[in-house]
Design a protein around this ligand. Structure first.
Ligand SMILES: *Cc1c(COP(=O)(O)O)cnc(C)c1O
Length: 377
């Protein structure tokens, strides 16, 4: 591929010397679980989001699982309770809910934003609904006044799946006064999977919250349920963050705004230079700091998406689909297959993600736009 969809080696090249130095520091430290590297990362995440507490954990799925397990341990939720979730999301959002013995209740999307539709949430609420899991999919903030009012009036916990939205800033204030993703609701999960806007060099994740009891419970649950050494208050797990990944992330987290700004510049070029009438560009209203462009997702309707993707590949442009099969259509959720989410199902056939990662330059984007514009279907 002349224009690969994402080149992770390129993503880390600008930080090479600092990453190698940080790795060496950990190797020489003799401290390979927990410790100062983790504390530094947690402090930096608190500064980035404005949240009071951060707990580094093993990955993004575990961050979501631990939030829900903690609410169950705290008596705020019990197995069988329902959690509202956008029907268009990565499978991990659903997996976390069902892993905790809770029921994922899908809400269809707004086809303009591809995020959860605020106006379809209320009709899905029952007397078993305990939480709203909002997902800042593709890096676009999924939070507004309507969601906030619904969460408040029904007493729902708001959990952010912030795997894709690190550094984004909401136009609507969060439940407790913040504006940054990770500080809009009661708790937020971060993923630092290598492909995310801020990626580790392996698996890593974190939880942020302003609730001390929740943070303490998650920290204990992630460490065998132990509050003190050899004293186990919960039947916990081992979901700790590796300090070597914390050290990698401390190097990169400081550059979150620059990384996101660079994605915004590329998104701007795509938005202004794509003129092919077969392509539907993302709705740009609500653009600015409330979108960090984890993906730039265009739509190609009329059953032309797969052919378009194929033509782009022939021209050396790598693309991807996020996601071709929504969670409720996956074989592991046979029990959800009778549910229908018309917008989610329709866009799954139309969406295409274009290269926007750190290895893609503005010149590349211009060349890709020319290729896109030259394809007639
Ligand atoms: C990546 C991702 C996750 C899972 O994070 P991992 O670190 O890969 O476990 C969860 N939700 C969304 C929306 C994601 O993109």
């Amino acid at each position: 591929m002349k224009y690969p969809f994402l080149d992770l080696k390129e993503s880390n090249l600008p930080y090479m010397e600092e990453l190698v130095a940080a790795a060496e520091r950990v190797v020489r430290s003799g401290r390979y679980v927990g410790g100062e590297e983790n504390t530094n990362l947690e402090n930096e995440l608190c500064s980035l989001t404005g949240s009071k507490y951060a707990v580094g954990v093993s990955n993004g799925l575990d961050a979501l699982r631990l939030i829900l397990r903690a609410y169950i341990e705290m008596g705020e939720m019990k197995p069988g309770d329902e959690v509202l979730v956008p029907a268009n999301t990565y499978i991990a959002t659903y997996l976390a809910i069902s892993d905790a013995g809770l029921i994922p209740v899908g809400v269809d999307i707004n086809p303009d934003t591809l995020n959860i539709s605020s106006s379809l949430i209320e009709e899905k609420i029952t007397n078993r609904t305990r939480a709203l899991m909002t997902v800042h999919l593709y890096g676009r903030v999924a939070w507004d006044e309507q969601m906030k009012n619904i969460a408040r009036s029904y007493g729902l916990k708001v959990i952010e799946d912030n795997a894709q939205g690190i550094g984004a800033v909401s136009k609507t204030e969060g439940l407790y006064g913040g504006f940054s993703t990770g500080n809009l609701g009661d708790a937020a999960a971060f993923s630092f999977y290598p492909t995310k806007n801020i990626g580790a060099l392996g698996d890593a994740g974190a939880v942020t919250t302003n609730d001390k009891k929740l943070a303490d419970t998650i920290r204990a649950l992630s460490n065998y349920g132990s509050d003190k050494r050899y004293h186990n208050i919960f039947r916990g797990l081992n979901c700790r963050l590796d300090p070597i990944q914390a050290a990698m992330l401390c190097v990169k987290l400081r550059h979150t705004d620059n990384e996101n700004e660079s994605r915004r510049r590329k998104a701007d070029v795509y938005m202004s230079e794509i003129t092919n009438t077969k392509i539907k560009l993302p709705e740009i209203k609500g653009d600015g700091k409330d979108h960090v462009w984890h993906q730039i997702v265009v739509r190609i309707p009329d059953g032309l998406r797969n052919r378009f993707m194929q033509r782009l590949a022939e021209e050396g442009v790598g693309t991807d689909i996020h996601y071709p099969v929504p969670p409720h259509k996956q074989p592991c959720y046979k029990d959800l297959q009778s549910e229908t989410y018309p917008y989610t199902e329709k866009v799954a056939e139309e969406i295409l993600s274009l290269p926007i990662g750190p290895g893609t330059t503005i010149e590349d984007v211009k060349a890709i736009c020319n290729i896109i514009n030259s394809i007639a279907l």
